[in-house]
Design a protein around this ligand. Structure first.
Ligand SMILES: N[C@@H](CCC(=O)N[C@@H](CS)C(=O)NCC(=O)O)C(=O)O
Length: 365
């Protein structure tokens, strides 16, 4: 019996999990996350309506793409999507966080401001796979409303949209230039960083038709990379670049993360610290308030999500595990892209993601 991936074609994080499972050569079957699946599998086991979810051959339930990936990495460590060398590994972990938790902003913007009518039909295909297009549209409009409602909390407003578009266009240009030299971020093998980027860059920014047209026209190599990631021809193939090298073409992408996302994460960390001071609870809420962020010179507010800090903590933990020359090499890399703030990043609490929940493990001071 294969593993089961409960997922949907239009879902951002489903695309990340599926692309990884295909590259890793995992024997799995994908099952559409219909309302019955939410009722019978996802809600009872995960406690909230979220995809993707994996049910392993022995019945374990995995949620969160990072947990899914790490489960299968532990089961078959080689070839790994985690580079073995320090700079590449740190950069890959950081770019996973950037893709998962930051490029979701342009993903949601382009989906809902360029593809709204189309995507209602897609929601309908998941909610009512056997319905007529009219029935699917009607139910899809109901189901999609909640997701459309995430746009404003994510910081997508009339004031920020020009900056979100400018930032995304610059990112596409930078990534396209990188892909002229390398098939993936760090060579001929996809890394955990590539899987972070594929979530937003596949379902919302490639597969949604109006977004896909923009990508094909302005960054054709990114569109080719998306296809390479999701139409896996040779599972478990490829190598990371020798000598722990970080291609110079990745610098502008890392710089963008340091300039846009990291200051926001610093602010979320402060807010989570204040929340933890005031609350004796182990489970932080999904958002601990609204935090400022600045993109292309425009400042907006978005929900301050402790989950994003858990993603960052993965990279920070790796950095903290290094010493000597390895740490120095990573520190120099971070400084060269404006990432000093990560060298003494103050995590107010230690976070864990266990039993499908984000929890505070303990205070760090
Ligand atoms: N960090 C999670 C995010 C999963 C997620 O947000 N999934 C979306 C669909 S792509 C969802 O189901 N959202 C519903 C919700 O969170 O309320 C992961 O990597 O799996």
């Amino acid at each position: 019996m294969p593993h089961i991936l409960y997922a949907a074609p239009l879902s951002l994080y489903s695309g990340k999990a599926r692309a990884y499972l295909d590259w890793k050569g995992v024997d799995y079957e994908e099952v559409l996350s219909t309302p019955d699946v939410y009722r019978d599998v996802i809600l009872p086991n995960v406690g909230r309506p979220v995809i993707p979810v994996v049910q392993t051959q022995d019945g374990a339930i995995l949620q969160d793409t990072t947990r899914i990936i790490d489960h299968f990495e532990a089961a078959a460590p080689e070839p790994s999507v985690y580079p073995a060398t320090p700079r590449q590994r740190l950069a890959a972990l950081l770019l996973e966080c950037f893709g998962d938790e930051w490029l979701v902003i342009p993903a949601m913007h382009y989906r809902w401001n360029y593809n709204e009518e189309w995507v209602y039909g897609e929601f309908g295909k998941t909610a009512l796979p056997d319905g007529t297009p009219e029935e699917q549209y009607a139910i899809g409009k109901e189901r999609g409303a909640a997701f459309k409602g995430f746009c404003q909390p994510l910081g997508i407003t009339d004031a920020t949209i020009p900056a979100i578009e400018a930032s995304y266009e610059h990112f596409l240009r930078d990534f396209d230039a990188h892909l002229a030299k390398h098939p993936f971020l760090f060579g001929t093998r996809p890394s955990i960083g590539d899987y972070g980027l594929i979530g937003p860059l596949y379902a919302h920014l490639y597969r949604d038709p109006a977004s896909g047209e923009i990508m094909a026209r302005t960054a054709p190599r990114v569109a080719e990379w998306v296809r390479r990631m999701v139409e896996v021809e040779t599972p478990r193939s490829g190598e990371f670049l020798p000598d722990d090298s970080i291609p110079s073409t990745l610098e502008p992408i890392l710089q963008r993360m340091m300039a846009e996302q990291v200051p926001y994460l610093v602010r979320v960390a402060e807010m989570l610290g204040q929340w933890a001071d005031a609350n004796d609870a182990a489970e932080p809420p999904r958002a601990v308030g609204m935090a400022d962020f600045t993109m292309e010179g425009v400042t907006g507010q978005r929900i301050a999500t402790p989950f994003s800090l858990w993603m960052l903590q993965r990279g920070l933990d790796y950095l903290a595990s290094l010493s000597g020359e390895e740490r120095q090499a990573c520190a120099a890399m971070l400084r060269s892209v404006g990432g000093e703030a990560l060298l003494d990043f103050s995590m107010p609490v230690r976070l864990a993601f266990e039993d499908h929940k984000l929890t505070i493990e303990g205070r760090t001071d």
